[in-house]
Design a protein around this ligand. Structure first.
Ligand SMILES: Cc1cc2nc3c(=O)[nH]c(=O)nc-3n(C[C@H](O)[C@H](O)[C@H](O)COP(=O)(O)OP(=O)(O)OC[C@H]3O[C@@H](n4cnc5c(N)ncnc54)[C@H](O)[C@@H]3O)c2cc1C
Length: 425
């Protein structure tokens, strides 16, 4: 039984979509993909384009998970910045990871262009600095990207310019990235599904994989059907539960929340954020916001780790909104929803061949609009015999969370609460 879409602005404003049927019989395929978000849809699309017979099982509807609910911000690089990556892996590998991040961004934008996916793509992303003591470092980082990485799409915005650009003096400066931007993620997910189905992938919605086992072939069971396949891709990310212990010990689901205001002219030339950029900030629990295509402010902030949403999501996120825009005290909130992302210990993706014929790609740690379609493509390429880039991601360290599959939550709650507290100090 498929669960309804999240009560998001995206779901409310999307065009009607084809409903893909439920799997209700035993079938065979070369590859079975579990999960119909960016990862799974991209994998299915790229495999089908290579002539591989691919089945995708989605428990609910395509884009139902994080892919159809997120903040819509397309970032450059990896979730970790280049300073962190250089300190950890050395300059050469850090540069390689930067290039992979650029390829990821280009993959998402290339898919949008190639498949003519109308998803309100808009250029421009700002990283806003929430503490004066972070300004010097962030400013130096702009110079580093320009000088050492030859990435000239970034510029520094001083405090006054940033305040004019985004309509609040809450921040102390910011990095404008003209290579990033924002989009409507549910439209992107549905566009990828259309492209994958058009290329020949068989998509089944309302078809939760309840178990994956291997005899001569892989067998994936659903309530009313079964897929027998040579290869399986686990693409359930934060929602994948009870399928693979190894993946679950390395990837931690986190619930994050968003609201959308009433239309206020945001992103329009004479409104709030007149050039229409998306913004995310330097907090550990990030505040992120952007104008929607119809002039609302979409604002994300606040997360929970106990798999229980706040009783009143709108009020929960609004507390964060008012820190950034205190003048919005009386602005109406029209939509509020949550979604589940997945983080790893090192905040780098978990992309692996777990066992012969069993792949996983997940744990994008809040940067999946670029990394998830890319990871899906790399897994697809590895399956058809071109593992180059896949191997580079698969070599990234991804230690298990302390406490393992069952006891990782208490350790996470303690750790995250400490960092969230540091945001306020
Ligand atoms: C509130 C929020 C804001 C975010 N903001 C941003 C942002 O601004 N920029 C950014 O880059 N990233 C952002 N992210 C992260 C981004 O959305 C994810 O990294 C990305 O969507 C992951 O895609 P995915 O396909 O791997 O997983 P998902 O989109 O979560 O898809 C997984 C799918 O698998 C299905 N599934 C799970 N188990 C099974 C099963 N057993 N059988 C069948 N189907 C199954 C689920 O129903 C789900 O549809 C955000 C995430 C959230 C939650």
């Amino acid at each position: 039984m498929r669960l309804p879409e999240a009560p998001s602005l995206y779901a409310a404003s999307a065009d009607p979509v084809p409903v893909y049927g439920e799997l209700n019989q035993p079938i065979r395929a070369d590859v079975a993909v579990i999960g119909g978000g960016f990862t799974g849809l991209s994998a299915a699309l790229h495999l089908s384009e290579k002539g591989v017979d691919t089945v995708l099982l989605e428990a609910n509807s395509v884009g139902w998970g994080a892919s159809g609910r997120n903040g819509g911000q397309l970032h450059s690089g990896q979730r970790r910045d280049q300073d962190w990556l250089e300190a950890r892996f050395g300059r050469d590998d850090a540069r390689r990871l930067w290039r992979l991040g650029e390829e990821a961004k280009a993959t998402t934008l290339g898919l949008i262009a190639r498949h003519r996916i109308d998803c309100d793509w808009r250029l421009g992303l700002i990283e806003a600095v929430h503490k004066p003591r972070l300004v010097a470092g962030e400013r130096a980082y702009v110079d580093k990207l320009r000088d050492e990485y030859r990435y000239e799409a970034v510029t520094w915005l001083d405090r006054g310019t940033l305040a004019e650009t985004i309509g609040t003096d809450h921040y102390h400066g910011g990095r404008r990235d003209n290579g990033g931007g924002h989009l409507d993620p549910l439209k992107l997910a549905r566009g990828l599904a259309r492209a994958a189905a058009g290329a020949g992938a068989r998509i089944f919605e309302g078809s939760q994989a309840t178990g994956v086992s291997r005899k001569k072939h892989w067998v994936i069971r659903t309530d009313r059907g079964r897929v027998t396949a040579e290869t399986v891709i686990l693409a359930g990310n934060g929602y994948l539960d009870g399928i693979d212990r190894d993946a679950e010990t390395r990837v931690m689901p986190i619930d994050n929340y968003i609201l959308a205001t009433a239309p206020i002219g945001a992103g329009q030339p004479d409104g709030l954020i007149p050039a229409g950029e998306a913004v995310s900030d330097t907090r550990f629990v990030v505040h992120y916001f952007r104008p929607s295509a119809d002039g609302r402010l979409i604002f994300g902030g606040g997360e929970t780790y106990a798999r229980r949403p706040p009783a009143d999501i709108a009020a929960f996120v609004r507390n964060h909104l008012l820190k950034v825009y205190p003048t919005m005290e009386s602005t109406r909130i029209d939509y509020a929803w949550g979604g589940r992302l997945a983080v790893t210990m090192r905040r780098l993706p978990f992309v692996r061949r777990l066992r012969p014929g069993l792949y996983v790609a997940s744990g994008y740690s809040g940067q999946g609009i670029a990394l998830a379609p890319y990871a899906g493509k790399l897994v697809a390429r590895a399956i058809v015999g071109d593992p180059g880039r896949f191997d580079q991601f698969a070599a990234l360290p991804c230690p298990p969370f302390p406490g393992g599959r069952l006891f990782r939550y208490p350790a996470l709650v303690a750790g995250m609460t400490w960092y969230a507290l540091r945001d306020r100090l």
